[in-house]
Design a protein around this ligand. Sequence first.
Ligand SMILES: [Zn+2]
Length: 226
Amino acid sequence: MKGLEVELVERRAKYLLLATGSGSIIIHLGMSGSLRILNQNVPPHQHDHVDIVFDGGICLRYRDPRRFGCILWSRHPLHHRLLRHLGPEPLGDEFDGAYLHRVAYRRPGPVKHLLMNAGLVSGIGNIYANEALFSAGIHPLRSANRISVERYQRLAEEVKRVLSNAISAGGTTLRDFQKADGNPGYFGLSLQIYGREGEPCPSCSRPIRRRMTQQRSTYYCVQCQR
Ligand SMILES: [Zn+2]
């Protein structure tokens, strides 16, 4: 990469792309990785693994305590094996009710699994799938191919709203991933249904239920979600 210029910084799903004239650096932060811009003279911490040094002694420093992340080089990053099968971005124009309705055709599995299938739409995690389905009034275990295009339109709008709100609130963090009481400690983010088993539904006050599907917790209200 010596002598190359970073021309564009992009993101695809959880991959950060630093595009140069002859290829891209692909960065995945894993569970706990971070990037900081520092003077290259700042001594590295024990979990700092990579410095990308720019003109003027500024560096982009990669820290990854748990080592689940990666840094790769690819001439055609969107065709890289890790990226080429990813579905559209949920905040992009391609993702809407018509798209969901189309990909749900002949998929009798739960709609929540469809939302979390990265090959169909990339980047809706478990928390946000639960929240968007609640806001859209759709039961998470409802068969994906038995939902109207109108309801999918509402769901696509709720996915975009939930994700946008989470980004505004600073997203989630691993730092206090689980508080002492076992509830997720995502600060800055008010969750309506996730992690609230047994608590009253914010709309109808019936107790929120939880079920495990695909080894993930699924929260729902039997009254408000059909
Ligand atoms: Zn309810």
